[in-house]
Design a protein around this ligand. Structure first.
Ligand code: SF4
Ligand code: SF4
Ligand code: SF4
Length: 503
């Protein structure tokens, strides 16, 4: 049986009588410089979601996880309105951003077919790829502790059978085609973009979309006004703030040592080391498969997540040596302190870079980098002042300066979000000024009280202790807001969808 006739018999077994049209899968082999891609014909799609069900059945996914989704867009003005559907799996992009960020190299682009394949055995469930795809394609399965996504049913294709979604579509709205890669790179913008989809520029999507000859005016996602807080990623909230505190504290310890302070440096180093250790422990709680956490080092040449793990690993080891030298009063501690600060600052930089991803515009800004550094510059000196390292007025001065700058950063970021014309930025601003307003006000108040007022007014140890706790809670709350208020790029959802982008 030829691939074509097999496709036909599979089609007949599914819902509806399909209209005869172009072949559902290619009738020839791929040549050099070509790959497979999806073609989606919006003029044929009726939004029945047979493709979604077939995909879930084929891949054994539960109902709440959909590797293929159907979204809705609408346009026009009453009574001349029109609603259209958009069915999408993975776009098997030419420059897959999911692949570039993965710290364990779980993604590969098949050199023959061009299909982007995810290896669940290798995946550690860090979910970084879910932040790196503008279409929201990779989906985390908490039961399995790994991510999964559409692989164009490449095993079926190899046997000459069409992917499950293609075979199930009663309207022949989805097909597999061959694309010339060089040509597509030149012309993709005309056929890979559609209302309700993020720009194909981010990863060079290969899906070709046939739009109606004329779209109604003002065609856009049906869920444009439905914006909800994202997942808080609590382990990452604590991990990032604690690492920043630890790096800031070691920087304060080392600087005081350089300027001749000796008292209690060893105690401060031990406390800072414990904070760093807690941070590393918290980070593993974010992984779906923490037992394989060591694999995250693998892609340090390409992935910021791998670099973060590597640099914070170095930081904690050197910081341990620094603390030991201080406790044992051995020579070389100043040098070890300098290396500790260097590794810590490099780790903080890698940590901030993880969040500078195109699909999450509210994170992709200098405010993220500033927020991370300033959290360390605020909490580190406050911790050092609490331990009584001396030079109290300098430590408090540094903390208050960082607190003031953090407040400025928070304010400028908020104004930037609410005044932006970019949908995702404006929507983040809307979340912060409406649904999350009380938390934003509380975060600002904690920053002012813990980072500025109390340190300036505290006379004794108790006041400084309250200042540190207040500022720490403020930064935790700030980081929570950082995670939940981001509005990712994504494809249109369906009108009735719940929390998911589309189904
Ligand atoms: S659509 Fe997303 S998951 Fe698929 S290849 Fe492109 S970047 Fe990767
Ligand atoms: S290891 Fe992380 S980035 Fe890589 S596939 Fe798994 S969840 Fe995605
Ligand atoms: S692509 Fe086909 S199966 Fe999927 S919703 Fe549209 S018509 Fe239904």
């Amino acid at each position: 049986m030829t691939p074509r006739s097999r496709a036909g018999s599979a089609r007949a077994a599914h819902c509806g009588v399909p209209t005869e049209s172009a072949p559902k899968i290619p009738e020839r082999q791929l040549a050099a410089g070509e790959q497979y891609r999806f073609h989606f014909d919006m003029t044929k799609c009726i939004g029945c979601k047979c493709c979604v069900v077939a995909c879930n059945e084929q891949n054994g996914n539960p109902a709440q996880i959909n590797w293929r989704r159907v979204g809705e867009i609408e346009g026009g003005w009453y009574p001349n309105t029109q609603r259209l559907h958009l069915s999408m799996g993975c776009n098997h992009c030419l420059e897959p951003t999911c692949l570039k960020g993965c710290p364990v190299d779980a993604y590969s682009k098949d050199p023959v077919t061009g299909v982007v394949i995810h290896n669940a055995q290798t995946c550690i469930g860090c979910q970084y790829c879910t932040w790196n795809c503008s279409y929201g394609v990779p989906q985390y399965n908490p039961e399995r502790g790994v991510v999964g996504k559409c692989d164009m049913c490449h095993n079926r294709l190899a046997e000459g059978r069409e992917p499950a979604c293609v075979g199930a579509c009663p309207e022949s709205a989805i097909q597999i085609e061959i694309v010339n890669i060089a040509e597509w790179k030149r012309n993709y913008a005309a056929s890979a973009n559609a209302p309700g989809l993020p720009s194909a520029d981010d990863s060079l999507s290969t899906t070709r979309i046939t739009l109606p000859a004329s779209l109604p005016p003002d065609t856009r996602k049906v869920d444009l006004d439905r914006v909800r807080p994202e997942h808080p990623h609590w382990p990452l909230v604590f991990m990032t703030v604690l690492t920043q505190l630890s790096v800031g504290a070691f920087a304060a310890i080392w600087l005081l040592q350089i300027f001749g302070q000796q008292a209690r440096l060893n105690i401060a180093a031990l406390v800072s080391l414990i904070a760093g250790g807690l941070a590393l422990g918290a980070s593993t709680l974010h992984l779906g498969r923490p037992i394989h956490a060591y694999r995250a080092l693998k892609m340090w040449k390409r992935s910021w997540l791998s670099r973060e793990v590597l640099l914070f690993g170095l930081f904690s080891n050197i910081a341990f040596a620094y603390a030991a030298l201080l406790w044992l009063s051995l020579p070389g501690s100043r040098f070890a302190g300098a290396l500790t600060v260097l590794a810590g600052v490099a780790g903080l930089t890698a940590s901030a870079c993880i969040y500078l991803v195109r699909p999450r515009p509210a994170w992709r800004s200098k405010h993220t980098v500033a927020e991370f550094y300033l959290a360390g510059a605020l909490l580190g000196p406050l911790l050092a002042a609490n331990i009584g390292l001396g030079a109290r007025q300098w430590l408090i001065g540094a903390a208050v300066l960082a607190g003031g700058l953090q407040l400025l950063n928070l304010t400028v970021k908020f104004l930037w979000l609410v005044s932006s014309d970019v949908f995702e930025l404006k929507a983040s601003g809307r979340l912060l000024s409406a649904q999350l307003r009380s938390l934003l006000l509380l975060r600002s108040a904690l920053l002012v009280v813990g980072g500025i007022v109390l340190p300036l007014q505290a006379q004794g140890a108790a006041g400084l202790r309250v200042a540190l706790v207040t500022a720490f809670v403020g930064e935790i709350l700030g980081r929570y807001l950082f995670f939940v208020s981001v509005v990712p790029k994504n494809m249109a959802a369906s009108y009735l969808s719940g929390r998911k982008a589309a189904a």
